[in-house]
Design a protein around this ligand. Structure first.
Ligand code: 0L1
Ligand code: MG
Length: 256
């Protein structure tokens, strides 16, 4: 039996991102399952690498109940981050580059020495050099932000852009820090790092395990976005967005 056209699907998704044009879901039509969808994601990232982008890390998606409920998909997923997705802390992004961008407050890790996939993380502070507040900009390439599990995996888990605040040494507890997302100085979402798989450190275990299944090993020096602590909020032109994570500080971006 002939499988789905990985390169063709990646091209459609890449073109949708490049032109900020929504497309219809394609998993059902093309027979894409979860494994094949990660293959499409690999091809989609390869397309970026071929035009000079660099892989700088991984992200987890749908790590909180709020996020799962928001999009109607209830499995933790992972995607890839490249250098051109990173916006300097306090920087500006042009929302017209995206289809229907949303922002969400996250916790980021700067990776150090990592165990092999399948090996448990012994001492977390050996695996993680530093931690920071982050904002992820997600932008599903599918119309109406509606997709199935294989669709969203193929679409690199809606990854679009991110900012990272100042790095700090890893504190003793990360499992119940207050999180705020502010838009134009008003609180838009309130949460806790406990919403991220009970503890964002667990997201790293999951990332190593799930990416390892697809032959992807996390590397020293990479950024790891552990997942959102709240539901995502639409990013409107002109908005100033700030994420605050208790004890870790703040990061912000502006939409032009
Ligand atoms: O980072 C995320 O949790 C996004 C995962 C994909 C689902 C979505 O686009 O909200
Ligand atoms: Mg996210």
């Amino acid at each position: 039996m002939i499988g789905p056209d990985t390169a063709g699907i990646a091209e459609r998704l890449g073109e949708a991102a490049d032109t900020a044009t929504a497309i219809a879901q394609l998993a059902a039509e093309t027979g894409l399952d979860v494994d094949a969808a990660y293959g499409v994601q690999t091809a989609l990232i390869q397309r970026r690498l071929e035009r000079g982008e660099r892989l700088v890390g991984l992200k987890m998606g749908l790590t909180s109940k709020a996020k799962m409920a928001q999009v109607g998909v209830d499995e933790v997923i992972w995607g890839r981050l490249t250098d051109t997705m990173r916006i300097p802390d306090g920087g500006t992004l042009d929302p017209t580059r995206f289809i229907h961008p949303r922002v969400e407050p996250e916790v980021a890790f700067l990776l150090d020495r990592l165990p092999e996939p399948g090996e448990p993380i012994g001492d977390f502070t050996d695996a993680v050099r530093a931690v920071a507040p982050a904002i992820e900009v997600i932008d599903s390439r599918y119309a109406n932000f509606t997709f199935s599990l294989p669709d969203v995996i193929a679409d690199n888990t809606s990854a679009a852009a991110f900012t990272i605040g100042p790095w700090s040494p890893v504190p003793d507890g990360l499992d119940n820090l207050g999180v705020l997302l502010e838009i134009d100085g008003r609180v838009a979402q309130v949460g806790s790092t406990a919403a991220i798989l009970g503890d964002p450190r667990r997201a790293l275990d999951e990332g190593i395990r799930l990416a390892g299944r697809h032959g992807v090993r996390l590397r020293e020096g990479w950024v790891f976005l552990a997942g959102a602590a709240t539901a995502a909020v639409p990013l409107r032109p002109g908005a100033h967005v700030r994420a605050v994570v208790e004890h870790l500080g703040t990061t912000s971006l502006r939409a032009s």
